[in-house]
Design a protein around this ligand. Structure first.
Ligand code: ZN
Length: 419
């Protein structure tokens, strides 16, 4: 049913569009070039029989595949169109390698190490030519969703509920769900297809706050500054010195949380700092925020003439607390992965996913594997066989919900953001 060649062709077609997003841009989408791919996807969704296909001004593509069964659950599938601006994003020349062993050598001495490839012997490995990102993150996810829809179109005997599809811009610059309207999307539950291994269900992410701290100092001419000037830069330095040195991104791993000073800008008059505060446990994340407030208050006590303002800026929650309200969703997802002949594994991400933000806003959205490896680098790759497995997972997810959803109707109503 799943056609590997077609899946590869679709994937190659998608990666040839340079859709790098831009962290410095203020517009939505952050780069116009993402819209070129968005328009192609609109056309594809229409050809695949979806209804109400739209591309809104923010660059979000959406469409609905009407149900062909009585099952009432509405399932969303989401993938992002943009690619990481960390390395060159285009023009992409995708390559195909029948992998027999050893390193894969690409242009400019870029190589994919045998170590990274040992799980993929005898498989078809897809890469860029080494001069750019490949963009499997997340065009593998987009291609797999399209292949799933193609299979459903070709086999009208496969029962499915109403499916809600969305392709989003700007995930890589942390703005993927900024304009995503979960009511308008209309799904009861959803999946992002943006992870790595097909066995994995990402159900845990950090709890994330992005605090902004503004320090207003006291400035006078440096010639008359004696016992008068209180430099905001100096106060910022004192603030940073209060942070635990072993709780930074570079000193923590696995489920340890951290403080991170991301940017610092200013002058003796005023300093603005952007921070990241991350923790898997919500109470501990709140404690970290309270700790930052206590540093601010302490500094204000010591220097009554200065002013420090801190905005907490809560960004997303660890999804797993929300799944506690509907553990059946994760159970069914595991069953679907088992149907693909794989051993499912609940995993955590030391970061956020678009699904984590959507989950916080009320749409339960775990993240599924799309197959890519070595994300955000010139030696990114994906195995075609893995992409087939990931597509199989999507079809099996539909099947398990068709079989089991009617027993869960009340629960689905309760957790759905659309009821
Ligand atoms: Zn991604």
């Amino acid at each position: 049913m799943i056609n590997a060649d077609r899946l590869k062709e679709t994937f190659f077609e998608l990666v040839r569009y340079d859709t790098g997003s831009d962290p410095k841009s203020q517009t939505s989408p952050s780069t116009k070039k993402q819209l070129a791919l968005a328009e192609v996807l609109v056309k594809k969704l229409k050809e695949l029989g979806l209804e109400n296909v739209s591309l809104n001004k923010f660059g979000i593509v959406q469409g609905t595949l009407p149900e062909n069964s009585k099952q009432k659950v509405k399932i969303g599938f989401i993938a992002h169109m943009d690619t990481s601006p960390d390395v060159a994003t285009g023009p992409v020349s995708p390559l195909e390698h029948k992998y027999v062993g050893g390193d894969i050598d690409l242009k400019n001495d870029v190589k994919i190490a045998a170590e990274d490839l040992k799980k993929f012997k005898k498989q078809t490995i897809l890469t860029s030519d080494g001069t750019t990102l490949l963009g499997a993150d997340d065009k593998a996810g987009v291609a797999e969703i399209l292949e799933m829809l193609q299979v459903l179109k070709d086999h009208s005997n496969i029962k499915h509920p109403e499916l809600k599809i969305a392709f989003t811009p700007d995930e890589e610059v942390g703005r993927g769900t900024e304009h995503f309207d979960i009511k308008e999307f209309g799904a009861d539950i959803a999946y992002t297809v943006d992870g790595s291994a097909p066995t994995d269900i990402d159900t845990e992410t950090f709890n994330a706050f992005n605090p902004q701290i503004t320090i207003t100092g006291v400035t006078v001419h440096t010639g008359y500054a004696y016992h008068k000037m209180i430099s905001a830069v100096e106060i910022a330095n004192q603030f940073i010195n209060e942070l635990p040195k072993d709780e930074t991104p570079s000193e923590t791993k696995e489920k340890e949380g951290y403080f991170h000073v991301l940017t610092i800008n200013g002058s003796p008059e005023k300093v603005k700092m952007d921070m990241l505060v991350r923790d898997f446990n919500y109470q501990r994340a709140q404690k970290r925020i309270a700790f930052l407030h206590s540093i601010c208050e302490d500094l204000e006590r010591r220097y009554p003439q200065i002013k420090i303002e801190m905005k907490d800026n809560e960004k997303y929650h660890n999804m797993n607390e929300k799944f506690a309200a509907f553990p059946e969703m994760i159970e069914l997802t595991k069953q679907a992965i088992k149907l693909s002949g794989l051993t499912p594994k609940e995993t955590y991400v030391r970061g956020g996913t678009d699904g984590a933000e959507l989950t916080l806003r009320g749409l339960l959205t775990p993240n599924l594997g799309a197959g890519g490896e070595n994300f955000h680098s010139l030696n990114e790759f994906v195995s075609l066989e893995t992409m087939v497995k990931c597509t199989e997972n999507l079809l099996n997810i539909i099947q398990v919900w068709i079989e089991k959803a009617d027993k869960l109707t009340d629960k689905i109503k309760k957790i759905s953001p659309c009821h």
